[in-house]
Design a protein around this ligand. Structure first.
Ligand code: G3P
Length: 217
């Protein structure tokens, strides 16, 4: 499963990229706003750091405007995936950009029907939002399972990019289901390493090593 980092914070991307934990990056208008930077500038800098797909989202709502914004975003770098919302305008833009050879990430997906439409429109990635469904006591992971079943039934090549990831368990659960990608905030990726028994076991090893005077010199 590929790990994408869901942030526009350069330092956090660099830190995880240096650990080999970044196969791509996703941003959205809220993450760009949080960065306080110009979308074209920060996206260009991200593309200079990460060789995998970098998703940058349009802010227009009408198809013609979305297409113009998408083409402008795509010119930033070859690894840009233009992010469009799962609306008919977004699906129309997805079809046009995909036909032109540009990667498209269709976002704000909350149902299997929406994911089916994105695959028919030729999306490179579909972004089902797990956390926001869970927030409503709905089952975000069940949506990932449903999309995986539908895409496998018909050989759709659209990559399932599980998004709105809130916990380390979301990562492993998506891997068990067979999501192609998970995009997660840096802190969630880091939390995957945490386990109380690891900490306890390491402390015991260190105590015994000190007691025995073990030195590797
Ligand atoms: O960037 C898309 C998605 O990951 C947003 O997640 O936490 O705002 O629901 P969240």
């Amino acid at each position: 499963m590929k790990f994408f980092v869901d942030t526009a914070e350069i330092d956090q991307i660099k830190e995880l990229n240096d650990l080999g934990m970044v196969d791509g990056v996703t941003t959205n208008p809220s993450l760009i706003a949080k960065s306080g930077r110009d979308i074209l500038e920060v996206t260009k800098e991200i593309c200079s750091i990460v060789s995998g797909p970098v998703s940058a989202e349009v802010v227009a709502l009408e198809a013609d405007d979305m297409l113009a914004e998408g083409r402008k975003l795509a010119k930033i770098a070859d690894n840009i995936a233009v992010k469009v919302p799962l609306t008919w305008a977004g699906l129309k833009t997805c079809k046009t950009l995909t036909d032109d050879g540009i990667m498209v990430n269709v976002t704000l997906c909350f149902s299997a029907n929406q994911a089916l439409l994105a695959a028919k429109a030729g999306a490179t990635f579909i972004s089902p939002f797990i956390g926001r469904l869970d927030d409503l006591n709905m089952d975000g992971l069940e949506l990932i399972e449903d999309i995986r079943t539908i895409y496998d039934n018909y050989g759709f090549e659209t990559n399932i990019l599980a998004a709105s990831i809130r916990t380390a368990n979301h990562m492993s659960d998506c891997a068990k289901i067979g999501a192609d990608v998970c995009t997660a905030p840096p802190n969630v990726i880091k939390a995957m390493a945490n386990h109380v028994l690891t900490d306890k076991g390491l402390a015991a090893f260190m105590a015994d090593a000190e007691k025995a005077g073990i030195k590797i010199v």
